[in-house]
Write a protein that binds this ligand. Structure first.
Ligand SMILES: Nc1ncnc2c1ncn2[C@@H]1O[C@H](COP(=O)(O)OP(=O)(O)OP(=O)(O)O)[C@@H](O)[C@H]1O
Length: 521
C-alpha cells in the first residue's frame, strides 16, 4: 500500500468512514486496469468496481451506467475520500491563519457596543441586500437580543398610516457568519443563537452565564481597523438617535433574564421635552444642568477635582405628574439610552442591583422608579445566604447599604445621570438623598394655569388650528379653559385623559370642562 493511500485511509478512519471501502477503491482500480479488453471499454456491469459488495453503491453505479454507459462512481468516491482526508488539514491551516493573520473583537450581545454593531449591520449590510437572509419579526421588541432591530424601511406615505401592518415589522441579522467590506477591507461578523442546545458554535459563543456574544474579525494583526469600525457603528447610532429612544428595563419577576442580569429593551419614538408641561423656569434650569453635566469640560472638572463623575436628581410629586415622562424626554434630548429600574416590581437584591449598575454604559440616564415603595430598611447586610447555584438569587433582598453601594460604590459606573422618582420623599432615608448622591430635588406638581393652557393647545388646539380655526380664537379658548381647572387638584395625567376624550374638539372640551372639574374636587 502506498503512503498516499495510507494517508487517505487515516483520514477516513479519523472521520469514521469504513476502511474496507477505501481499500476497495485502490485494489479495484488496479484490477480494472489489468482487466481492460483490447478496445479499452469494459461493460460497466462487469467491472470489478468499488461499488461491488456495497448494495447502495451498486445500485447507484447501475443507475449511473444506465444513464451514461461506461460511467463509474469510482472517481466521485475518490474525490469524496480526498476531501474528507484533506479536511482536518484545511481546518488546521484555517485556524493557523485566523490566529496569526486576523484580529477579532468579541462582545456580549447585551453590551451597548454589540447593539450598535448590529444596528449598523442591519442597515448597511442586510437592508442593502448584500445578504441572502434575514429574520423579520412583528410587534414590540422586548428581548435583549433583539432590541437593536430596526423598522423595515417604509415609504413616506406609509409612515402616518397606523393601520399598515408592515409598520410593525422589524429586521434583524441572521445567525451565522457574514462577510462584508468597508472600502477594500473585508470584515467577518459572526453571531449564534443564544440558546440553541447542541450547537457547537453557539456554545462557543456563550461563555458567560448563558450570554451569547458576537465576533467581528478582519485581516491583519492590528486592532485599529476594528476600533474604527466600532466608532463608525457608534457614530451611526448617535446620528439616528433623533427618531427613537431605547428604553431598557428589567424583565418580569424571575426568569432567566432576571437571573442573568439581562436588560430587556423597547425602542420607542422619542418623547420631546416640549410635550412635558411643567413650570418653564424649572424645566429650563433642569435641562441646562443636564446638558452642562455632559460637556467634556465638566467631566474634566470633576476628574480634576477628584469628584466622582456622577449626577443625581430626585423627582418627587404625586403620581401622574410627569416624572417618568420628563426622564424619558431628557434622555432623548441628551441622546442617550434610558435604563428603568423598578425596585418594587422586581425581585432585586443587593448583588443583582450592583451587577445591573456595573453593566451600564458610560453615558446613560438611569431611573429608579418609586424609590420610596421599595421597602428598603436600614439593614447593614442581607439575611443569611441560601444555597443556590446562582449568585444573583442568593441574597434574598435589597438593603439600603446595597442600594447606596450600587449607585455610588467605587466600582459603580461613572458618567451616568441617576434620577430617582418618589411619591413620598419624606419617607426616604437621608443617606439616600444627601448632596453628592442627589444634586437636585424637583417637585412635579398638579396642573397650574399655564400647564392647563399648554396642554389644551397641545392636545386639542393644534389640531383645530390645522383644520382651519383661527389661532387667536383657539388661544382665547385655552385661556377660558384653564380658568376651570381647580388649583392643586388635578394631575397632568388626569387632564390629559379628559382632553383625549374630547377627540381634538376644543369646543367640546370647553363645554364639558366645568362638570368634569367639579367631579375632580
Ligand atoms: N407634566 C406633564 N406633561 C405632559 N404629560 C404628562 C405630564 N404629567 C403626566 N403626563 C402624562 O400622564 C401620564 C403619566 O405620566 P408619568 O408616568 O410621567 O407620571 P409619573 O409622575 O411618573 O407617575 P408615577 O409617579 O405614577 O410614576 C403620561 O401619559 C404622560 O404623558
Amino acid at each position: 500500500m502506498t503512503g498516499r493511500s495510507q494517508f487517505y485511509q487515516t483520514g477516513l478512519v479519523h472521520h469514521g468512514l469504513p476502511i474496507p471501502a477505501i481499500s476497495n477503491i485502490y485494489q479495484n482500480r488496479s484490477a480494472l486496469i489489468q482487466d481492460l479488453p483490447d478496445n479499452g471499454i469494459v461493460p460497466t456491469h462487469q467491472k470489478n468496481s468499488v461499488s461491488q459488495g456495497l448494495p447502495i453503491l451498486e445500485i447507484l453505479q447501475r443507475v449511473a451506467s444506465r444513464l451514461r454507459p461506461g460511467y463509474s462512481l469510482d472517481s466521485i468516491l475518490a474525490t469524496v475520500a480526498l476531501y474528507r482526508a484533506a479536511f482536518p488539514v484545511f481546518a488546521y491551516l484555517k485556524q493557523l491563519f485566523t490566529d496569526y493573520f486576523t484580529s477579532t473583537v468579541s462582545i456580549y450581545e447585551s453590551d451597548a457596543a454589540a447593539k450598535e454593531i448590529m444596528e449598523w449591520m442591519v442597515v448597511h449590510v442586510m437592508q442593502k441586500g448584500t445578504t441572502n437572509g434575514h429574520v423579520v419579526t412583528g410587534g414590540v421588541i422586548q428581548d435583549p437580543f433583539t432590541d437593536y432591530m430596526l423598522p423595515q424601511p417604509r415609504k413616506r406615505s406609509q409612515a402616518t398610516n397606523t393601520n399598515n401592518t408592515s409598520s410593525n415589522l422589524h429586521s434583524t441579522l441572521p445567525m451565522g457568519n457574514k462577510v462584508f467590506w468597508i472600502g477594500l477591507r473585508p470584515f467577518k461578523f459572526s453571531r449564534a443563537f443564544p440558546y440553541s442546545a447542541g450547537d457547537i458554535s453557539a456554545s462557543r459563543s456563550r461563555s458567560r452565564q448563558g450570554q451569547s456574544s458576537i465576533h467581528v474579525s478582519t485581516l491583519g494583526r492590528s486592532l485599529s481597523p476594528l476600533h474604527e469600525f466600532l466608532q463608525t457603528c457608534r457614530d451611526f447610532k448617535i446620528r439616528n438617535k433623533g427618531e427613537t429612544t431605547t428604553i431598557y428595563f428589567i424583565g418580569a419577576n424571575g426568569g432567566p433574564y432576571l437571573a442573568h442580569g439581562h436588560w430587556s429593551a423597547v425602542r420607542k419614538s422619542v418623547r420631546r421635552l416640549d410635550t412635558v408641561d411643567m413650570d418653564a423656569t424649572v424645566k429650563e434650569e433642569l435641562i441646562r444642568d443636564a446638558e452642562d453635566y455632559y460637556l467634556p469640560e465638566t467631566k474634566y472638572t470633576y476628574t480634576d477635582s477628584g469628584i466622582p463623575y456622577r449626577r443625581g436628581y430626585l423627582f418627587h410629586g404625586p403620581p401622574g405628574t410627569g416624572k417618568t415622562s420628563f426622564s424619558a424626554a431628557l434622555s432623548s434630548h441628551l441622546e442617550c439610552d434610558i435604563y428603568m429600574i423598578d425596585l418594587a416590581a422586581n425581585q432585586i437584591n443587593d448583588s443583582y442591583l450592583h451587577m445591573l449598575f456595573l453593566s451600564l454604559p458610560e453615558k446613560c440616564v438611569v431611573v429608579i422608579e418609586d424609590i420610596d415603595s421599595a421597602g428598603i430598611g436600614r439593614q447593614k447586610s442581607a439575611e443569611p445566604i441560601e444555597t443556590d447555584d446562582d449568585m444573583y438569587v442568593r441574597a434574598p433582598r435589597l438593603t439600603l447599604s446595597g442600594l447606596l453601594n450600587a449607585i455610588d460604590g467605587t466600582a459603580s459606573q461613572e458618567g451616568r445621570l441617576l434620577i430617582m422618582t418618589s411619591n413620598n420623599p419624606d419617607s426616604l432615608d437621608e443617606a439616600l438623598i444627601r448632596p453628592g448622591r442627589i444634586d437636585k430635588k424637583i417637585y412635579f406638581g398638579y396642573v397650574s394655569l399655564d400647564v392647563a393652557k399648554s396642554m389644551f393647545m397641545r392636545l386639542v388646539g393644534r389640531a383645530a388650528v390645522a383644520s382651519g380655526i383661527d389661532q387667536t380664537e383657539i388661544q382665547g379658548m385655552s385661556e377660558a379653559f384653564s380658568k376651570f381647572i381647580p388649583e392643586d387638584a388635578v394631575t397632568p395625567a388626569q387632564l390629559q385623559n379628559f382632553l383625549q376624550g374630547c377627540r381634538g374638539d376644543p369646543k367640546k372640551a370647553l363645554l364639558e370642562v366645568s362638570d368634569w372639574a367639579a367631579g375632580m374636587m
